[in-house]
Ligand binder design. Structure first.
Ligand code: FAD
Length: 620
C-alpha cells in the first residue's frame, strides 16, 4: 500500500500535549505523524474555556518562547483578557484569557495543517510495537502499522476512561468521545506503574435562561494584554463580559441531601481528584463552615449561548444538579445544556520517566500530559513540547534537553513530577518555583528563546523579533546609565515632586529608578523612537529587583554545584554514615540522580545533604 508508514516521530493524541509535541518534532525537521481519534477534536478544551491564570500563564509563555502554538492560538480565540495579581510583584503576575472554544480549535488546527513535516491521521492507536524494550511503532484500530523509533503518548483522560453521573457510569474518554480501552490494556502489560485519578466538569447552562440583571459583571482589562510574545491585539476577536454569582445555604443543603447518590462519596470513584479544582460537593464537605462559594459565569464562545459556570463542577445525579443550579442567584430558571460529570482514568507514575519524559522501561516511548498525573491544558502543552523535542532529539541520536528548575517552570514541573511523583492531579503554581523572581511570565522569551532556536524550535520570524527586543533592552539599560539629571534642572524638579525631596547632586536615570517612589514612566524619555512597553518593563524589573535577583542567582550557582554532584544509581545508602533510617529508605526509593535532587526528596534534611556531600567527596 502506498501510504507513508515510516516516520521519525509518532505522536498519539491530538489534545494539548499531543499538538505541541507533534508541532515541536516537525519544527525540528522530523517526519512526524499525529495519530488521533478525531480530527474534529484537535485542540479541544475538555473543561473550562480559558487559558492561563496564576502559574499557568508562565507555562503558556514558555511554550510561546519555544515556538509552540498555545499562546498564539489564545490570541486568536480570546474573548476576554486579564492580568491577575496586577498589583503584586512581577513574579506572581499572570495573564488569563477566556477563549472561544471553536476559534481556539480552529487556530490550533490551522497551525497543525500548515506545519511542514507533519502528517495527521485520524485513527485510534490500539497497540504499541515493542521489541527488546525498544518501541518500534504503533498499530491502529483498523490494523494499520506505523513505524518510528520515537513514540510520544498523550492520551489525556482517555485511557480506561469511565464517566460518572450520580451512581451511573459508562466508558468514555470525555463526554461525547470514546475511551482508549485497547491501548490502556496493552499499556497495563508493560512494566509501568499505573494508577487512577479523576477530574470533573460543571453542567453547562443556556444563557437565554439566565437572569443577568442582578449579577456582578466582570470585564477584561484595558489596555488588553496579549498572550504571545508575538501577540497582536488586532488578532483578538470581539471581547465579552463574564459574570459572578454565588452558591448559598440552600444550594449547600441540596448538595448534602444528594451525597448518598454521589459517586465520590459512596465510594464508586476510587481515583483522587484535583485539590485545586475541587467539585462543589468537595468544597461543601471540606469547607463546611462557608455559607457561599463564588461562581464565575464564563461564555463558551461568541457563536453560542452556552455558559460555563466555573466553580460548580459536579458528578451528582442530574436531578440534584438541576436543583442545585436553580438554587443559585440568576439561575432560577436555568436550562442545563450538558450535565456535569466526573471522569476516572489511568495515569502512569511519573517517577518511571526520565527527565526527558522517555519512559525508563521502554526506550523511545515518551509520555506527556494528563497521563503523567497532571491536570490542565497548559501543563499538558508544555509537557508535550518537551516530549516532542526530546523524541526528535532521540530520533537523531542527540542528547536530551532537560531544563532545570532555575531555567523554567517547565523544569520545575518535570522535576516535581519525577522526583516526588504525584498522588493527586498536579497543577502549576508560582509557589512551586523557588526562583520565581527569575522565572517570570514576562521574561520567558529571554530565558528560553535562544535555547529554542538552538534546538530548531524557533522560526526566523520569532528569532528576528526576539533579537530586536533583546537589543532594545540592552540599549535602554545603557541609556539609563548614561543619562544624567543635574541638581536644580527642570528634569530634577519634575522628579522631585514624585520623590518628595530635592535632588542635591547629579544622578543617572539607572540610580533614580532604584528609588521606590519612581517608576520608569516618570523618567525622561529618549529623544529617538519611543521605547516599547515590553522593553521598558524588562529594564525596570531588572533595576528595581536587582538585589533580590542577585541573591536568587547566588542560590542558583550553589544549586548548579550540587546538580553537578552525581549520585550513582546503585549507591548503597545504608553505607552512608549518620543518615537516619528514614532518610536512607527515602533516598533508596527515590534514587535521585544528583545531590540537588536528593535535597528535594521530602524528608531529606539539609544535614542529610551535607552528610551525603561528605560521603561523595570521600568516595572521590
Ligand atoms: P486531552 O486533552 O485529553 O487529549 C487527549 C487526546 O488524545 C484526545 O484528542 C484523544 O482523542 C486522543 N487519544 C486518546 N487516546 C487515543 C488513542 N488510543 N488513539 C488516538 N488518539 C487518542 N483541567 C483543569 O486544569 N481543571 C479542570 O477542572 C479540569 N477538569 C476536567 C474535567 C473533565 C471532565 C476533563 C475530561 C478534563 C478536565 N481537565 C481539567 C483536564 C484538561 O482537560 C486536561 O488536563 C488536558 O486536556 C490534558 O491534555 P492532554 O493533551 O494530556 O489530553
Amino acid at each position: 500500500m502506498d501510504y507513508p508508514s515510516r516516520f521519525d516521530v509518532i505522536v498519539i493524541g491530538g489534545g494539548h500535549a499531543g499538538t505541541e509535541a507533534c508541532l515541536a518534532a516537525a519544527r525540528m525537521g522530523m517526519k512526524t505523524l499525529l495519530l488521533t481519534h478525531n480530527v474534529e477534536t484537535l485542540g479541544q478544551m475538555s473543561c473550562n474555556p480559558a487559558i492561563g491564570g496564576i502559574g499557568k500563564s508562565h507555562l503558556v509563555k514558555e511554550i510561546d518562547a519555544l515556538g509552540g502554538a498555545m499562546a498564539e492560538a489564545t490570541d486568536r480565540a480570546g474573548i476576554q483578557f486579564r492580568v491577575l495579581n496586577a498589583r503584586k510583584g512581577p513574579a506572581v503576575r499572570a495573564t488569563r484569557a477566556q477563549a472561544d472554544r471553536v476559534l481556539y480549535k480552529a487556530a490550533i488546527r490551522h497551525t497543525l495543517e500548515n506545519q511542514p513535516n507533519l502528517w495527521i491521521f485520524q485513527q485510534a492507536a490500539d497497540d504499541l510495537i515493542v521489541r527488546n524494550d525498544q518501541v518500534e511503532g504503533v498499530v491502529t484500530q483498523m490494523g494499520l502499522k506505523f513505524f518510528a523509533s520515537s513514540v510520544v503518548l498523550t492520551a489525556g483522560t482517555f485511557l480506561g476512561g469511565k464517566i460518572h453521573i450520580g451512581l451511573d457510569n459508562y466508558s468514555g474518554g470525555r463526554a461525547g468521545d470514546p475511551p482508549a480501552i485497547a491501548l490502556a490494556n496493552r499499556l497495563r502489560e508493560l512494566p509501568l506503574r499505573v494508577e487512577r485519578l479523576k477530574t470533573g466538569t460543571p453542567p453547562r447552562i443556556d444563557a437565554r435562561s439566565v437572569n443577568f440583571s442582578e449579577l456582578e459583571q466582570q470585564w477584561g482589562d484595558d489596555p488588553r494584554p496579549v498572550m504571545s510574545y508575538l501577540g497582536d491585539r488586532s488578532h483578538h476577536p470581539e471581547q465579552r463580559c463574564c459574570w459572578i454569582t454565588y452558591t448559598n445555604t440552600q444550594t449547600h443543603d441540596i448538595i448534602r441531601g444528594g451525597l448518598d447518590r454521589s459517586p465520590m462519596y459512596s465510594g464508586v470513584i476510587e481515583g483522587v481528584g484535583p485539590r485545586y479544582c475541587p467539585s462543589i460537593e468537595d468544597k461543601i464537605h471540606r469547607f463546611a463552615d462557608k455559607d457561599k462559594h463564588q461562581v464565575f459565569i464564563e461564555p463558551e464562545g461568541l457563536s453560542t449561548h452556552e455558559l460555563y459556570p466555573n466553580g460548580i463542577s459536579t458528578s451528582l445525579p442530574f436531578d440534584v444538579q438541576l436543583n442545585l443550579v436553580r438554587s443559585i442567584n440568576g439561575f432560577e430558571n436555568a436550562h442545563i445544556i450538558r450535565p456535569g460529570y466526573a471522569i476516572e482514568y489511568d495515569f502512569f507514575n511519573p517517577q518511571d520517566l526520565r527527565y526527558s519524559f522517555e519512559t525508563k522501561a521502554i526506550n523511545g516511548l515518551f509520555f506527556a500530559g494528563q497521563i503523567n498525573g497532571t491536570t490542565g491544558y497548559e501543563e499538558a502543552g508544555i509537557q508535550g513540547l518537551l516530549a516532542g523535542t526530546n523524541a526528535a532529539l532521540r530520533a537523531q541520536n542527540k542528547p536530551a534537553w532537560c531544563p532545570g528548575r532555575e531555567e523554567a517552570y517547565l523544569g520545575v514541573l518535570v522535576d516535581d513530577l519525577i522526583s516526588l511523583g504525584t498522588q493527586e492531579p498536579y497543577r502549576m503554581f508560582t509557589s512551586r518555583a523557588e526562583y520565581r523572581l527569575l522565572l517570570r511570565e514576562d521574561n520567558a522569551d529571554l530565558r528560553l528563546t535562544e535555547k529554542g532556536r538552538e534546538l530548531g524550535l524557533v522560526n526566523d520570524a520569532r528569532w528576528a523579533a526576539f533579537n530586536i527586543k533583546r537589543e532594545a533592552i540592552a540599549l535602554e539599560a545603557q541609556r539609563l546609565k548614561e543619562t544624567w539629571v543635574q541638581a536644580a534642572s527642570a528634569e530634577a524638579k519634575t522628579l522631585e515632586t514624585k520623590i518628595g525631596s530635592p535632588l542635591t547632586r547629579e544622578y543617572n536615570l539607572h540610580d533614580l529608578l532604584k528609588r521606590p517612589e519612581l517608576r520608569y514612566e516618570d523618567l525622561p524619555k529618549p529623544a529617538s523612537a519611543p521605547v516599547a512597553p515590553d522593553v521598558s518593563e524588562q529594564v525596570e524589573i531588572a533595576i528595581k529587583y536587582a538585589g533580590y535577583i542577585d541573591r536568587q542567582q547566588e542560590d542558583i550557582d550553589r544549586l548548579r554545584a550540587n546538580e553537578a554532584m552525581l549520585l550513582p544509581e546503585d549507591l548503597d545508602y545504608q553505607s552512608v554514615d549518620g543518615l537516619s533510617n528514614e532518610v536512607k529508605q527515602k533516598l533508596a526509593e527515590a534514587k535521585p540522580q544528583t545531590l540537588a535532587r536528593a535535597a528535594r526528596v521530602p524528608g531529606v534534611t539539609p544535614a542529610a545533604v551535607s552528610l551525603l556531600m561528605i560521603f561523595l567527596k570521600k568516595r572521590g
